[in-house]
Ligand binder design. Structure first.
Ligand SMILES: *Cc1c(COP(=O)(O)O)cnc(C)c1O
Length: 392
């Protein structure tokens, strides 16, 4: 039994459980894919960010195996001390070509990429303009930087401009998610870039959910809006559509060079393993040469959304494959998820603080690897649970 000063943890856990906000983490007994195995049963997977089905792609697996033979399993230390492997450089070059930017630096994750770049660009005396729904890793990066943080209303350019007009000294940095992960809406990047020009601010977009999804061949939100060269910093992740793990920053050569000298997660945390890096390279090459998976992802998500809408579900205003099915109270969403699970559909509920109170939801993530029969099965189960719970 927990006692003493740490006993508050027990109370916190109890209140999470009674509010329906406690995450029960399911263990998968095999790879990520359209179907996953949980407790020995095959379950339709509707909640992974493995948009393109690359997480268990044979080409990525083969590349990882070969890299282990050639480079071993560990990076040895941080890259500035133990030396970087040629593989990491190869990944950065492949990403730079794919993103159509001068240079890229890779990190252990999208989360650490945000921590690295924000703190390197702004500090005490500077100002950050941050969308109110930005991802937790951006929020943490902003706090760690010790710059002043001015939060503007979600995607509201009038609110951003009002904040930019307030008197400040020092550098200015506007930061936004590209695709907002809980609603699937897009940042108004063209307008942000214009305001940045007008007020002399740097711009940064976190493209975690745009990578492999938006733009030609999934090049991301900058490509989607044709803004190459207009956004100072693009942050990306290799752990969603690209199917592996890792993060990166794309931009001007000097910016990338500077991050290799000043990005704290780069300097103080070891690099991603050779197997992961090789798998990432394979993923980038597949995307660069072929848009088949991206097209399939969009076809599947259009099909799913159309049927869910016809059934009468509230699926928000997503502009991307992310499909929020809004339920309401967190406890109800948790029950909905549990009932889906009983019918072999794996789709977790998401509640406060990840989304506002009263807006708890099942966030459905369809992927390029789902077949039409898979989607039909999922739609049928949603229909039966939705009716049973009086939602449709
Ligand atoms: C998922 C996500 C991250 C974190 O990426 P990881 O590679 O998993 O660390 C960062 N930013 C946004 C917007 C995300 O959605």
């Amino acid at each position: 039994m927990l006692s003493g000063p740490l006993s508050f943890v027990k109370d916190e856990l109890e209140s999470l459980r009674s509010d329906g906000l406690y995450n029960s983490i399911r263990a998968l007994e095999g790879p990520q894919g359209a179907w996953v195995t949980i407790n020995g049963e095959s379950m339709l997977n509707f909640c992974s960010n493995n948009y393109l089905g690359l997480a268990a792609d044979p080409r990525l697996k083969q590349a990882a195996k070969e890299a282990i033979e050639q480079y071993g399993v560990g990076p040895g230390a941080v890259r500035t001390i133990a030396g970087t492997m040629t593989l990491h450089r190869e990944l950065e070059a492949a990403l730079a070509k794919f993103k159509k930017v001068p240079a890229v630096i890779s990190f252990q994750s999208g989360f650490t990429a945000n921590l690295a770049v924000i703190g390197a660009l702004v500090g005490k005396g500077d100002t950050i303009y941050s969308d109110s729904l930005n991802h937790a890793s951006i929020i943490d990066g902003c706090r760690l930087s010790r710059a002043e943080i001015k939060v503007y209303e979600h995607c509201d350019m009038q609110s951003l401009e009002e904040r930019l007009k307030e008197p400040t000294t020092g550098r200015k940095l506007i930061i936004t998610d590209g695709v907002f992960s809980m609603d699937g809406d897009l940042a108004p990047l063209p307008a942000i870039v214009e305001l940045a020009d007008k007020y002399g601010a740097m711009t940064m977009v976190d493209d975690a959910h745009g990578e492999g999804v938006l733009g030609s061949n999934g090049r991301g939100i900058v490509d989607h809006f044709g803004l190459h060269g207009r956004v100072d910093v693009e942050v990306g992740t290799l752990s969603k559509a690209l199917g592996v793990v890792g993060g990166y920053v794309a931009g001007a050569r000097e910016l990338i060079d500077y991050l290799s000298q000043r990005g704290r997660p780069f300097l103080f945390s070891s690099a991603v393993t050779p197997a992961d890096v090789a798998a990432c390279i394979a993923a980038v090459r597949i995307l660069d040469s072929d848009d088949q998976l991206v097209t399939k992802l969009w076809d599947n998500s259009r099909y799913f959304k159309q049927h869910m809408q016809e059934l009468g579900f509230d699926i928000g205003k997503s502009q991307t494959p992310i499909t929020p099915v809004i339920i309401g109270e967190a406890a109800k969403a948790a029950e909905f998820s549990q009932r889906l699970f009983e019918q072999k559909v794996f789709a977790q509920s998401i509640g406060f603080p990840t989304v506002p109170r009263g807006k708890a939801r099942i966030r459905v993530m369809v992927s390029a690897s789902h077949s039409q029969e898979d989607l039909d099965y999922g739609i049928e189960v949603f229909k039966s649970v939705g009716k049973a719970m009086g939602l449709i």
